[in-house]
Each structure stands twice: as C-alpha cells, then as structure tokens.
Design a protein around this ligand. Structure first.
Ligand code: SF4
Length: 311
C-alpha cells in the first residue's frame, strides 16, 4: 500500500507555536501523533465500518462481491453494529465518569474523602430537587449522601425511566417515548446495545440504531449530566474566568505539570497539591522557581473554567 506523504510542520498545524515545536521534534527525530498519523495508512474497510469481528467465525470483510458475513449479517447490519459499539463505548466512558463523581460525593458526605467538600450548596439543593431528595431542615451532608445514592441508583434503575428525562422539554420527552427510546437506566442501555450487536441477536440496522439513540440519551441525560452536576457541587459551578492558552503557558524555570484525562477528582487534587507550600519548597530545593500547572484535553477544560488553570 502506498505510503502517505509526510506533512511539513506548517501543513500539520495552522498554529504557529505547534508548528515550531513540530519542526524541532522532526529535527530531533521525536515521534508525535502528527508523524504517526502520516505514517499510518487508514484501513479503507475499517473506515467504512465493513469489517465485523464480533464472533469467532469472522472476521468477515464485506467487500467486493461479499455482501454478507458468515452468519448472514448484511452490510447495513455490520455497519450499524460497528457504529453501535462505538456509541456504547463512548456512553460507558462518559457515564462511568459520572459514577466516579457520585461515589466521590458519597465519600465526601460520609467523611471518607475529607479532601473533597461541598463547594456549591445551592447546586446540591437544586440537584436534590431533580432526584426527589428531601432537603427541608436537613444538614447538607445528609442531603449530599442521599443525592449521591440517588445518582448511583440511576445507573442500575430497575423500573421506569431516568429521573433526569423530566428535565427535557415536555414535547421532546413525548417524542422519545413515542419512539420507544426514552432511557430506562444508564448501565442497562449500554449493556442492551452491546447485547444486540452480538451474533444471532438484533439483525435490523434501523432497530440497532434506535437502541444507539436510547443509549446516547442515557449518557447525555444521565451519566454525563450527573457528572456535570456533581462536579459543580464538589468543585464549584463555573463562572467566566480569565486565563491563558497554548504552548506559551509552559515555564522554563518551573516544574511544569500538565493535567490530562477526564477525571476531575484527580485533577482537582493536583491543583490543590501544586499549591502545597511543602511541594513548592521541594521544587525549589531542586533548583526550580516553583510549580507551574497547565492542562490539556477534557479535564483541563474543567480546571480552566473552575480554577483558571491555563490550557
Ligand atoms: S457476527 Fe457474523 S459477520 Fe460478524 S464475524 Fe461473526 S459471522 Fe462474521
């Protein structure tokens, strides 16, 4: 297969700072995601979603005259199954992040996670209302505990539909119910979607995609929304802040720590640790002027909007 043309730094990025750094990386022969992207030729069958390896009779590549897998799955079914698996993974990843935050809130409320506090009590009371948790005259820790347990209950809800569905406009809720895609529980929709994509289960592409929508809704109106709400409770609801962005945020004379990933439970603790006088002294004892914190990717956006940490 023909090799792809290597891009110049200016072709790889419009950003002048990134292009300058790529230029240096090329000169020093350091591999980057840009150079790897240039070296790897994407598989055209994979790009179209035409390869199925969902069972041991495959992998089946539906190309040329082959329009069905060994099991009889059509091109539409295979493409839909591959897309559904991507939706399930994305929903699982985002929603499980919400579960982690609910457990953190529970730990904070019960005193097992003393470094985490309820920073936005108004948001806690608002979320309690959405989840049907009583608030009148109750200590915040008790409310937080019940909110955390109610949030965790949404992951394995046994009957009915997600409580947050009622936050959507009534007309939208009706459309979801009419289509049979109103989410029932967060975990269940992911499991149901994966279940359907296996051999001998759901063979109908449109039917598969209906469940992909229900799974996506369980994330958007379930796991992800709970993650955002609980992050606001624990780390404060964002307000406009001024900060800096791009490679110029790195400091030559300091220990640079780059926050990466999507769990704010860790990055918020790194923000706190970077301000610890003992750690700053330690950095200084090694010849640095201090500790410089910046971020990249999703969790960096969280620390940017909540703490003003540069990106
Ligand atoms: S599920 Fe069907 S199409 Fe997929 S690998 Fe097995 S036999 Fe092939």
């Amino acid at each position: 297969m023909a090799k792809k043309k290597m891009r110049t730094p200016e072709e790889a990025s419009r950003d002048q700072a990134a292009a300058a750094l790529l230029e240096r990386a090329y000169r020093l022969e350091i591999e980057t995601s840009f150079s790897r992207a240039d070296e790897i030729v994407p598989c055209p069958i994979g790009a179209e979603g035409l390869c199925c390896k969902n069972c041991a009779m495959g992998p089946c590549r539906l190309v040329g005259k082959t329009d069905r897998g060994v099991c009889g799955a059509t091109i539409a079914t295979v493409v839909a199954r591959n897309f559904c698996r991507a939706v399930a993974v994305g929903a699982a990843s985002h929603s499980d992040h919400g579960r982690d935050l609910a457990y953190t809130l529970l730990g904070a409320a019960e005193g097992h996670a003393p470094d985490y506090k309820i920073r936005d009590p108004f948001k806690l009371l608002e979320v309690a209302g959405y989840l049907g948790v009583k608030t009148d005259g109750r200590p915040l820790e008790e409310v937080a505990r019940d909110v955390a347990l109610a949030a965790l209950g949404e992951f394995g809800r046994v009957q009915g539909e997600l409580l947050y569905v009622k936050r959507a406009p009534p007309k939208r809720q009706e459309i979801w119910r009419k289509l049979g895609i109103s989410p029932r529980s967060i975990d269940r929709e992911v499991v149901d979607l994966l279940h359907r994509t296996h051999i001998g289960n759901d063979q109908d592409a449109e039917h598969l995609l209906d469940q992909a929508m229900r799974c996506a809704l369980s994330d958007g109106w379930g796991g992800s929304m709970l993650a955002t709400d609980i992050s606001d409770i624990l780390f404060g609801t964002p307000a406009p802040v001024r900060s800096e962005a791009n490679l110029g945020v790195l400091r030559e004379d300091q220990v640079n720590i780059i926050i990466h990933g999507h769990e704010p439970t860790l990055s918020e603790m790194i923000v706190a640790a970077a301000q610890d006088p003992e750690l700053i002294e330690y950095a200084k004892s090694k010849g640095a002027a201090g500790i410089n914190l910046a971020g990249i990717c999703c969790t960096a956006n969280e620390t940017l909007m909540r703490e003003g940490i540069p990106l």
